[in-house]
Design a protein around this ligand. Sequence first.
Ligand code: 5GP
Length: 263
Amino acid sequence: MNKGNKLYEGKAKIIYETNDKYLVIQHFKDDATAFNNLKKAKVEGKGVLNNRISEYILTNLGQCGIKNHLIKRLNMREQLIKKAEIFPIEFIVRNIATGSLTKRLNIPEGTVLDKPLLEYCYKKDELQDPLVSKEHIYSFGWATEDEIKLIDSMTLRINDLLSGIFRGIGIKLIDFKIEYGKVWNESLKKKEIVLADEISPDTCRLWDIKTERKLDKDRFRKDLGNVIQAYQEVARRLGIMPEETNISEVNFGKTVPIKLKKK
Ligand code: 5GP
């Protein structure tokens, strides 16, 4: 598979074309941004960890019937994925109130929600990804009612599966953001909706079950320190610490042996 021109560069990833018009390469950068790009930094090793964690999660979801864009991980920082027309919507699921929900509606931090709360944000950096209703989505043709119905049911299933994966390693899934796109299915001769983008500590809030220690991008957003160690801890608990990483072996003050797993 030949890597071609850069098609798109986002805040944390770059997409390159390939010699197959239906496939692209997704490259994970070390760049971290928050607050609509106001806060920026390089977090060394983040791209490597997100590539590996997202590969693990999407592969597991795929095995449970969630269609997604991943073909395979190519190397430390790159994945071969299906080229998707991304819906201009961020799909957010919340199990426990925190972040923008608590600020916007004055809901007490940590409130356990009766059932998962689905939110939709219009993907537009200039507007700071505003919250929108389903009616906005239909009115402006960002997705149809049938598409949203399918996406909602996939999203709730993903929440169940992800919550289970993380609970198994002592982590609470507080909330997360996912994206979907449409890809060409050659055997069906039509486009189909798939989970796209990434699922990683950049896109989820993950708290240690016992201590409620944050193991996600909030460590960067809130200047809590030990950002890479938190991502590393998630990878370690999933049993997928990437080989050949030069990330510090210090894990929240304790030295932990790094297990190098060959794929
Ligand atoms: P909140 O709306 O509370 O800021 O975020 C809710 C969840 O969605 C969090 O898990 C957060 O990480 C994720 N999220 C929302 N918007 C974005 C975004 O633009 N980029 C990333 N990486 N995650 C987002």
